[in-house]
Design a protein around this ligand. Structure first.
Ligand SMILES: [Zn+2]
Length: 178
Protein backbone atom coordinates (compact mmCIF):
# COMPACT_ATOMS: atom_id res chain seq x y z
CA UNK A 1 0.00 0.00 0.00
CA UNK A 2 1.40 3.36 -0.98
CA UNK A 3 2.17 5.88 1.71
CA UNK A 4 -0.04 8.90 2.14
CA UNK A 5 0.57 12.29 3.66
CA UNK A 6 -1.67 11.42 6.59
CA UNK A 7 0.75 8.64 7.58
CA UNK A 8 3.08 11.41 8.75
CA UNK A 9 0.47 13.27 10.73
CA UNK A 10 1.44 13.14 14.39
CA UNK A 11 -1.63 13.40 16.57
CA UNK A 12 0.21 14.82 19.51
CA UNK A 13 -3.06 15.39 21.37
CA UNK A 14 -3.16 11.62 21.92
CA UNK A 15 0.31 11.54 23.49
CA UNK A 16 1.11 12.20 27.12
CA UNK A 17 3.60 14.91 28.06
CA UNK A 18 7.10 13.47 27.82
CA UNK A 19 9.37 11.85 25.27
CA UNK A 20 8.09 9.59 22.52
CA UNK A 21 9.90 7.78 19.73
CA UNK A 22 8.39 7.05 16.33
CA UNK A 23 9.94 5.46 13.30
CA UNK A 24 9.06 5.63 9.64
CA UNK A 25 10.16 3.69 6.61
CA UNK A 26 10.59 5.95 3.59
CA UNK A 27 10.56 4.17 0.24
CA UNK A 28 10.28 5.36 -3.34
CA UNK A 29 6.57 6.10 -3.03
CA UNK A 30 7.36 8.67 -0.33
CA UNK A 31 8.80 10.96 -3.00
CA UNK A 32 5.58 10.81 -4.99
CA UNK A 33 3.92 12.78 -2.20
CA UNK A 34 5.85 15.82 -3.38
CA UNK A 35 5.18 17.61 -6.63
CA UNK A 36 8.20 18.16 -8.84
CA UNK A 37 10.38 16.03 -6.59
CA UNK A 38 13.84 15.65 -8.07
CA UNK A 39 14.11 12.36 -6.17
CA UNK A 40 12.12 9.31 -7.12
CA UNK A 41 13.78 6.35 -5.48
CA UNK A 42 15.27 5.45 -2.17
CA UNK A 43 15.04 3.47 0.99
CA UNK A 44 15.44 5.31 4.26
CA UNK A 45 14.68 5.06 7.92
CA UNK A 46 13.45 8.04 9.84
CA UNK A 47 13.62 8.15 13.61
CA UNK A 48 11.54 10.87 15.16
CA UNK A 49 11.93 11.58 18.85
CA UNK A 50 9.57 14.20 20.14
CA UNK A 51 9.00 15.69 23.50
CA UNK A 52 5.56 16.96 24.28
CA UNK A 53 5.59 19.86 26.69
CA UNK A 54 3.02 22.48 27.60
CA UNK A 55 2.50 24.57 24.46
CA UNK A 56 5.62 23.18 22.86
CA UNK A 57 6.65 20.16 20.79
CA UNK A 58 10.34 19.45 20.42
CA UNK A 59 11.24 17.26 17.48
CA UNK A 60 14.52 15.51 16.91
CA UNK A 61 14.35 13.94 13.45
CA UNK A 62 17.03 11.72 11.94
CA UNK A 63 16.96 10.22 8.48
CA UNK A 64 19.38 7.56 7.27
CA UNK A 65 19.48 5.35 4.22
CA UNK A 66 20.08 5.64 0.51
CA UNK A 67 18.57 7.52 -2.42
CA UNK A 68 18.86 7.04 -6.18
CA UNK A 69 20.89 9.83 -7.78
CA UNK A 70 22.46 10.32 -11.19
CA UNK A 71 26.26 10.30 -11.52
CA UNK A 72 27.54 13.77 -12.51
CA UNK A 73 29.89 12.28 -15.11
CA UNK A 74 28.15 9.37 -16.84
CA UNK A 75 24.51 9.86 -15.69
CA UNK A 76 24.23 6.32 -14.36
CA UNK A 77 21.73 6.06 -11.54
CA UNK A 78 23.22 4.75 -8.31
CA UNK A 79 22.13 4.45 -4.73
CA UNK A 80 24.01 6.89 -2.53
CA UNK A 81 24.04 6.68 1.25
CA UNK A 82 22.82 9.81 2.95
CA UNK A 83 22.26 10.93 6.51
CA UNK A 84 20.60 14.04 7.87
CA UNK A 85 18.86 15.48 10.87
CA UNK A 86 16.74 18.35 12.08
CA UNK A 87 15.87 19.69 15.47
CA UNK A 88 12.52 21.46 15.22
CA UNK A 89 10.58 23.40 17.83
CA UNK A 90 6.86 23.72 17.34
CA UNK A 91 5.25 26.39 19.49
CA UNK A 92 1.57 26.01 20.23
CA UNK A 93 0.27 29.54 20.52
CA UNK A 94 -2.26 32.09 19.30
CA UNK A 95 0.63 34.43 18.54
CA UNK A 96 1.89 32.97 15.30
CA UNK A 97 5.36 34.35 14.74
CA UNK A 98 7.73 34.21 11.83
CA UNK A 99 8.84 30.76 10.79
CA UNK A 100 12.49 29.90 11.05
CA UNK A 101 14.55 26.97 9.93
CA UNK A 102 14.13 25.23 13.27
CA UNK A 103 11.01 26.92 14.58
CA UNK A 104 7.38 26.88 13.54
CA UNK A 105 4.02 27.68 15.10
CA UNK A 106 0.64 26.04 15.33
CA UNK A 107 -2.61 27.21 16.88
CA UNK A 108 -3.91 25.71 20.12
CA UNK A 109 -6.94 24.50 18.15
CA UNK A 110 -4.75 22.10 16.17
CA UNK A 111 -4.34 18.57 17.38
CA UNK A 112 -1.85 17.15 14.98
CA UNK A 113 1.30 18.11 13.14
CA UNK A 114 2.52 16.74 9.82
CA UNK A 115 6.23 16.02 9.48
CA UNK A 116 6.36 14.66 5.90
CA UNK A 117 7.65 17.95 4.46
CA UNK A 118 10.36 18.19 7.08
CA UNK A 119 11.58 14.65 6.43
CA UNK A 120 11.66 15.43 2.71
CA UNK A 121 13.66 18.60 3.40
CA UNK A 122 16.18 16.70 5.54
CA UNK A 123 16.76 14.25 2.68
CA UNK A 124 17.16 17.03 0.11
CA UNK A 125 19.65 18.91 2.26
CA UNK A 126 21.69 15.73 2.77
CA UNK A 127 22.23 15.13 -0.95
CA UNK A 128 25.90 15.59 -1.89
CA UNK A 129 26.65 18.49 -4.25
CA UNK A 130 28.91 16.32 -6.37
CA UNK A 131 28.35 12.63 -6.83
CA UNK A 132 30.06 10.20 -9.14
CA UNK A 133 30.18 6.43 -9.51
CA UNK A 134 33.61 6.49 -7.86
CA UNK A 135 32.09 7.83 -4.65
CA UNK A 136 30.43 4.48 -4.11
CA UNK A 137 33.33 2.42 -5.44
CA UNK A 138 31.89 1.90 -8.92
CA UNK A 139 33.33 2.68 -12.33
CA UNK A 140 31.63 5.17 -14.64
CA UNK A 141 29.92 3.82 -17.75
CA UNK A 142 32.77 4.06 -20.30
CA UNK A 143 30.47 3.85 -23.33
CA UNK A 144 28.52 6.89 -22.12
CA UNK A 145 31.73 8.81 -21.31
CA UNK A 146 33.02 8.06 -24.83
CA UNK A 147 29.79 9.33 -26.38
CA UNK A 148 29.90 12.49 -24.26
CA UNK A 149 33.54 13.07 -25.23
CA UNK A 150 32.71 12.61 -28.89
CA UNK A 151 29.90 15.17 -28.66
CA UNK A 152 32.30 17.62 -26.98
CA UNK A 153 35.00 17.08 -29.63
CA UNK A 154 32.53 17.36 -32.53
CA UNK A 155 31.20 20.58 -31.08
CA UNK A 156 34.71 21.97 -30.79
CA UNK A 157 35.42 20.98 -34.39
CA UNK A 158 32.29 22.70 -35.62
CA UNK A 159 33.19 25.87 -33.80
CA UNK A 160 36.66 25.91 -35.35
CA UNK A 161 35.21 25.44 -38.81
CA UNK A 162 32.84 28.33 -38.23
CA UNK A 163 35.57 30.54 -36.87
CA UNK A 164 38.17 29.90 -39.54
CA UNK A 165 36.66 31.95 -42.40
CA UNK A 166 36.20 34.86 -40.01
CA UNK A 167 39.79 34.61 -38.88
CA UNK A 168 40.99 34.43 -42.48
CA UNK A 169 39.04 37.57 -43.34
CA UNK A 170 40.41 39.35 -40.33
CA UNK A 171 43.96 38.29 -41.21
CA UNK A 172 43.45 39.64 -44.75
CA UNK A 173 42.26 42.96 -43.40
CA UNK A 174 45.20 43.17 -41.03
CA UNK A 175 47.63 42.29 -43.81
CA UNK A 176 46.19 44.96 -46.10
CA UNK A 177 46.62 47.58 -43.41
CA UNK A 178 50.33 46.94 -43.19
ZN1 LIG B 1 29.44 7.57 -13.42
Amino acid sequence: MAVELKDFEIEFIKFKDGIHTLSFQLCSDFFQLFEKSSLDSGNLNATVIFEKKTQLLDFDMKVMGNVGLFCDRCLTKNNYPIEGKLNLHVKITENIGEEEEDLTYILPSEHSFNIAGYLYEIINLAIPMRKTCEDIGEKCDESVLEKLNKIAVDKEGDENKEQNPEWDKLKDILNNLK
